[in-house]
Design a protein around this ligand. Sequence first.
Ligand SMILES: CC(C)(COP(=O)(O)OP(=O)(O)OC[C@H]1O[C@@H](n2cnc3c(N)ncnc32)[C@H](O)[C@@H]1OP(=O)(O)O)[C@@H](O)C(=O)NCCC(=O)NCCS
Length: 241
Amino acid sequence: MEETHIKSDCEEAKEIQIKSDFEEQEEIQVNPDCEEADDEFSDITLRPFDRSDVDDFMVWAKDEKVSKFCTWEPHISKEETMNYIIDYVLPHPWYRAICLKNRPIGAITVRPNQGNYSCRAELGYVLAYNYWGKGVMTRAVKMAETAIFTEWPHLQRLEALVDVDNSGSQRVLEKAGFQREGVLRKYRIQKGKAIDMVMFSFLCTDSVAHYYMNRVGVPSHMTLLRFAAWENYLTTLVLEG
Ligand SMILES: CC(C)(COP(=O)(O)OP(=O)(O)OC[C@H]1O[C@@H](n2cnc3c(N)ncnc32)[C@H](O)[C@@H]1OP(=O)(O)O)[C@@H](O)C(=O)NCCC(=O)NCCS
């Protein structure tokens, strides 16, 4: 999984040549119509970060419960978090705040690849501890799936790598329609130890199955619009029909 919050990835991020359409992004507010939509945490939005988000960002960045399954260590100062936002978050091609009432409670990222690997991109996410277990990340991942296959039409595969012991994150991906592909043994050094990781993927062509498996009843107008965007050829038909 893309490390949604790692200082050491700064240099790697600077090498990414794909132009960010960062400024052109509008806040994503579509309703995925999923079963998590019935409470106060259903009204989440995704938007780019800003420097003024530093205090909210620190809530999870300094929390060792959040960093447990990640390579990064908890932040120890506001300056460290601000530098991270400036050096890594703002230049990143797709680093979004997961917001409740426009205040970030977590982050979700998609990092593209280049050249022969540009058909795939890597998903990553973190959520502040107080919001765990409320369906927020499942919902955010579904929103990211919709957004990324629409914004990057060349993309065919969204993948995520998860620590074998991070059962919560694996469950999130399964609920969001990802397929578990297998275990990569001793794949990454994490907190000084080589760990096994599970590879998950979601293909652009998985969207139809994903949609109908996760829906009950007649699709809403917004659902049809999003379906059309994913499939990339029904848009005009749906809008005019
Ligand atoms: C992993 C994480 C993203 C889960 O987010 P979340 O919003 O709490 O997840 P959801 O509420 O959408 O839960 C989805 C499913 O996972 C399950 N789940 C969530 N956390 C779990 C945990 N720690 N252990 C077991 N199951 C868990 C939920 O019960 C739910 O399954 P269910 O509907 O069958 O009951 C969140 O705990 C987190 O940010 N962890 C720290 C960062 C991290 O590990 N990021 C990913 C790798 S870098």
